[in-house]
Design a protein around this ligand. Sequence first.
Ligand code: UDP
Length: 237
Amino acid sequence: MDRVNMEQALGAFGEMLEGQGCSMIVTPNSEIVQNATKNEELAELIKGADLVIPDGIGLVKASKMLGYPLGERVTGIDFSFEALKLLAARGQSAFFFGSKPGVAEKAAEKLREQIPGLIVAGTRNGYFSPEEEAGIAAEIDASGAAFLLAALGSPKQELFMEKYRRGFKNVKAAIGVGGSFDVWSGTLERAPAFYRDHGLEWFYRLMQEPSRIGRMAEIPRFLIKVMIKGRKNAERS
Ligand code: UDP
């Protein structure tokens, strides 16, 4: 993880827009980190990303228990919103790729109302065949967008970005945003402040999408692992 607050993360994003090639931003939570312990490819992807923002409260708590405090939690959705504001101020455009048909368009429409000057160069839903994939990547770059937001869920979005980013000529930064288009479009409700402030966003999501229960079993596994490691570290010191 990068130990960054919102301002520092945005500073890094600004530099990416001016740099060479396409940088990759990932926003893991404890579920994704736990998955990465079993998925070598995903682990390498996270390690190789240019900016790794700790999206989950579990990661921030774990970092404190392990003696490497991360500071604040910067959620992927909040960071992406601020990054879009910066992009709009610079007169550059974004591409919204992912989610069910119609959702990316609706998210773009809602965001244009909130971010003056936001330019969305193109949208594409996140359901496609393997044969269509390379064409979609070419379409994204040809749109002229400087910022790609990929909402395919993890690790699909990270794998897509990693596979195609080196071929991009126009896209300067790409981020995996998970379910953010669903929230921006109004398809899915974001957890109210009470849940967010008390580290219970995961519980609110579970209530909205009970089918996530299987995936969420990774969270207690992650915490148990952290507690064991934390105790070992304490014994050693
Ligand atoms: N999604 C997609 N293509 C797929 C699978 C998922 O576009 O093949 C979209 C889905 O519609 C949703 C988003 O990916 O909008 C995020 O899914 P998920 O809730 O799994 O996000 P995560 O919690 O993994 O970030």
